[in-house]
Design a protein around this ligand. Structure first.
Ligand SMILES: O=C(O)CCC(=O)C(=O)O
Ligand SMILES: [Fe+2]
Length: 283
């Protein structure tokens, strides 16, 4: 039997797992995010130059950005070595736990991505930070995450994790998601979908949601909660009208490594780091 999160993800295009990340991991992510925010402001404006997006492996300043073929984009040890310039070892362990154990184990538990592949990978990691009082500027227009990808890679099954590090609501620019249509009919079906049908299924529902849009729902959530988003579901967010920062951690995973289509097997689109197998409890 598919879990409720599995059913929701494959019928609505998203699901929220409440209290999916423990408090101590949240604290490490907040600390890490703050270090990246400082680092970003040292060389550019987060809002006007970076569009509120901090890609963790690229946010080292324009001169020392790791190239596409740098091993930190493919191997977990090199990834953490690169990031160790930002954070102490203990905090990095918390990030490691979240990125490579807690979230992958949750995705396996709820069968969000096909389970038959050993090459389940982290494909990107970013913080989305909306500065205080940026209501008119920190807006994300309606989009599907897959629309930014080349056709040859957008059909690889993927999921975005959107995990707030501050409470999020309509006032501080939370994300609004437009559920796929026909949720009720689709929910009747067996939603543990075969791996090779993931993308066709979600692509079809994404297209249908253009023809027959459902009302969007705001994601009201606290640190620890995790929104799982299909790459084919439409979403947007308004600006941050509050007087506090709105920080979100957003790693993305794929059922296999996603490489730059024109450049071959050594050049990830962003990251292509295989996740360890097994449950957290077995590690
Ligand atoms: O955090 C947000 O407000 C939206 C971010 C988003 O949709 C994205 O980066 O693709
Ligand atoms: Fe998005």
């Amino acid at each position: 039997m598919p879990t409720q999160h599995c059913t929701e993800f494959h019928t609505q295009g998203f699901t929220v797992v409440r209290r999916g990340l423990p408090q101590r991991v949240i604290q490490n992510l907040q600390k890490d995010c703050d270090a990246f925010i400082d680092r970003t402001y040292n060389h550019c404006d987060l809002l006007t130059h970076a569009g509120c997006v901090i890609e963790t492996i690229s946010a080292f300043g324009s001169n020392d950005m790791p190239s596409k073929e740098h091993p930190c984009r493919r191997f977990v040890d090199d990834f953490f070595l690169e990031r160790s310039g930002i954070l102490d070892r203990t905090s990095l362990k918390g990030i490691d736990e979240a990125l490579f154990h807690i979230v992958p184990s949750l995705l396996r538990q709820h069968e969000i991505l096909p389970l038959d592949t050993p090459s389940f990978s982290l494909m990107n990691e970013q913080y989305i930070v909306k500065p205080p009082r940026s209501a008119h500027a920190s807006v994300f227009d309606w989009h599907q995450d897959s629309q930014y990808m080349n056709d040859s890679v957008r059909f690889i099954p993927q999921v975005a994790i959107w995990a707030p590090l501050d409470p999020v609501n309509e006032d501080n620019g939370t994300v609004w998601v437009r559920p796929f249509p026909n949720s009720h009919q689709e929910a009747e079906k067996n939603t543990s979908i075969p791996p090779d049908e993931f993308s066709n299924w979600h692509t079809r529902l994404g297209k249908e949601s253009l023809r027959n849009p459902c009302p969007p729902v705001p994601i009201l959530a606290s640190p620890g909660d995790i929104l799982l988003l299909s790459p084919h579901v439409f979403h947007h967010s308004l600006g941050n009208a509050s007087d506090q920062e709105r920080r979100v951690w957003m790693p993305q995973y794929a059922s296999r490594p996603i490489m730059e289509p024109s450049l071959g097997s050594l050049h990830p689109l962003a990251l292509a780091i295989s996740c360890p197998q097994g449950d957290l409890k077995n590690l």
